[in-house]
Write a protein that binds this ligand. Structure first.
Ligand code: ZN
Length: 141
């Protein structure tokens, strides 16, 4: 008898496309538990955040590994006034590139800003369940 593992339907952020690969599904399931995963190339060891299924350098397969840094600094940002359809209710909003001490960068929304963002300001990695299927990571100030 073959046991079917139950797969939860999960989406990243405001996306409406299904998680199409087991790799991406695993990433989303970890995210739902408030764990961020990156990927590491099984051949050359290059790390990718957000994770990529295949290495950009040597095209080998990459595996998901935990990413444990949570504190970053604001590197760059853009204020989005004219949002895509799924995000119009959120506009204007801030999309920021945060840089972790390791040098890895992550692009995400800042959702709790009370004043204008400033390059160099500290950011903290956060998670948000938008509804029971949609999960995302974000920056908190
Ligand atoms: Zn590689």
């Amino acid at each position: 008898m073959v046991l079917m593992s139950e797969q939860k339907e999960l989406y990243l952020g405001y996306a409406t496309d299904k998680a199409v690969t087991p790799f991406f599904q695993k990433f989303l399931e970890a995210l739902a538990e408030e764990k961020l995963l990156m990927s590491k190339c099984t051949s050359c060891g290059t790390e990718f955040l957000p994770p990529r299924e295949h290495c950009q350098k040597c095209l080998s397969k990459a595996e998901l590994v935990p990413f444990t840094e949570t504190e970053a600094k604001l590197r760059s940002y853009v204020i989005v006034d004219f949002a895509p359809e799924t995000l119009t209710s959120k506009a204007p909003y801030v999309v920021a590139i945060g840089e972790f001490p390791s040098g890895k960068r992550l692009t995400a929304h800042i959702t709790n800003l009370m004043s204008m963002p400033e390059v160099g300001m500290p950011l903290k990695l956060g998670f948000e369940k938008i509804d029971d299927k949609r999960i995302t990571y974000k920056w908190l100030v």
